[in-house]
Design a binder for this molecule. Structure first.
Ligand code: NAG
Ligand code: NAG
Ligand code: NAG
Ligand code: NAG
Length: 416
């Protein structure tokens, strides 16, 4: 009797020990999830809230599956990067082809994103294409969204070449087919997400004056229905002068300098543009896909604004204790998150699926990753002479695809 009891106790002890060891070994790799609702973005609590983040509590609660916020971390050296060059990838947009235009340093290529509490695996083209076999993915946004898509195409190049199957010669709407995997990739250029008309090519700041119809989604809404994944983003265009209309009536503007129009600020326009875009997705009949918000990617002009001598001359990433999200970057970021949460809540009943690709913190730390003057020849007359908005290819924006693949894997895991 006693003997048996001893054996049972031993067995119990051994099992406990084994599962403990297994949990410890596997936890960092298997228990992270895409950033869940309960988590507050670390960039926010770093600046405004003294309370410790929910993810820390989760981490210390043994019974809860471990959650790792992959979007909070540091850039760490990665000597084996980059994984393509301007010679091996034909998809690099001219203005982001930094090597071609003589960028001399290469250090900025040699980093990878390391989340604080787990690992973010590097992009694997074969795995990505396998997961998206027979599926389709569309980008909706501005030239930074195109920048992201071209990074993806360069990374996929190792495994498969696409065929241009665009249905129009309009460069704003591109479509490619990766026939090897029946995977379709598309891009819909829509910098403001809502219907827009250029009112004046120059405007108060020589960057154009735009009429935004804040309650009407742009043309992309008629085209995204069939896609399995839609990645939406918007950013720098909202710094330009804009006149806002709702119900076809002018209701205000951002820096339009017209006496009879109230300045409602860019924040108002940004919020309403996302609200309208998300709402239109929630109401889109027949859409069975998933909508990702790729959050705001900060620019890095230092020593002046973009048109007043500002430039980005750093050659190394920042540590995450060396900067923080504040000012308009924080404001725009928060607006996106709020509108995303709002739409997610409203869309839930309809079965709408949302994913948050929260790259803001990671990109805030990469002032070294922009083309600066290496996006054109020195004597060229271009509007954005020092480009501190887009990202060199190859470059830090390649990490967007590490995040994307991670999220796709995670979604698949949850579905199965
Ligand atoms: C790639 O960059 C090199 C300079 O490092 C340049 O000579 C070459 O023309 C570029 N090739 C392409 C296809 O951009
Ligand atoms: C504001 O004034 C301008 C010029 O006086 C006029 O063209 C425009 O229609 C006015 N806008 C509104 C909203 O009244
Ligand atoms: C940031 O953290 C690093 C590593 O922990 C440390 O060496 C460095 O001094 C810190 N920098 C600042 C500005 O606190
Ligand atoms: C550059 O182009 C702008 C508009 O196209 C023009 O107004 C300006 O004079 C040009 N500058 C030079 C130095 O050629």
């Amino acid at each position: 009797m006693e003997h048996l009891f001893e054996r049972r106790r031993c067995l119990l002890l051994c099992l406990t020990l084994i599962s403990f060891v297994l949990l410890t070994i596997m936890a960092p790799y298997h228990y992270y999830t895409v950033y869940t609702k309960s988590q507050v973005p670390s960039v926010i609590w770093k600046t405004s809230s003294p309370a410790s983040p929910p993810s820390v509590h989760l981490r210390n609660t043994a019974k809860t599956a471990r959650v790792c916020n992959v979007f909070s971390g540091e850039w760490v050296p990665n000597p084996s990067a980059p994984y393509y060059t301007n010679e091996s990838c034909w998809a690099i947009h001219e203005h982001q082809n930094c090597r071609k235009y003589g960028r001399p340093d290469t250090q900025f290529l040699k980093w990878r994103w390391k989340p604080n509490d787990c690992e973010l695996p590097l992009f694997n083209a074969a795995q990505f294409l396998e997961i998206l076999r027979g599926k389709s993915l569309a980008f909706v946004g501005d030239s930074v969204a195109r920048n992201h898509m071209q990074s993806l195409m360069c990374l996929l190049n190792r495994v498969s070449f696409p065929v241009d199957v665009s249905q129009t010669s309009d460069e704003r709407f591109k479509r490619w087919s990766y026939a090897s995997h029946s995977f379709t990739l598309a891009f819909f250029l829509s910098p403001f997400l809502v219907k827009t008309m250029e009112a004046d090519q120059n405007g108060p700041t020589n960057t154009g004056l735009f009429n935004l119809y804040l309650d009407e989604p742009d043309d992309w809404i008629t085209k995204v229905n069939e896609f399995d994944y839609v990645i939406m983003s918007a950013g720098q265009w909202f710094f330009r002068p804009m006149i806002f209309s709702e119900k076809k009536q002018v209701i205000g503007c951002h820096f339009c300098l017209q006496e009879n129009i109230t300045d409602l600020t860019k924040y108002y326009g940004y919020r309403m543009a996302f609200r309208t875009a998300f709402q239109a997705m929630n109401e889109l009949r027949g859409f069975k896909g998933m909508l990702f918000l790729r959050t705001f990617a900060p620019s890095h002009f230092e020593g002046g604004d973009w048109n007043k001598g500002g430039n980005c001359l750093r050659r190394l990433p920042l540590r995450n204790n060396e900067t923080r999200l504040d000012g308009f970057n924080l404001e725009l970021y928060m607006i996106q998150i709020e509108e995303f949460r709002r739409a997610e809540k409203q869309g839930r009943d309809r079965g709408m699926k949302y994913g948050l690709m929260d790259i803001t913190e990671a990109m805030l730390l990469r002032p070294d990753g922009h083309p600066s003057k290496y996006g054109h020849w020195p004597n060229e007359n271009v509007t954005l002479y020092n480009d501190c908005v887009h990202w060199c290819l190859p470059g830090p924006i390649d990490a967007f695809n590490d995040f994307l693949l991670h999220m796709l894997i995670d979604i698949k895991k949850k579905e199965s």
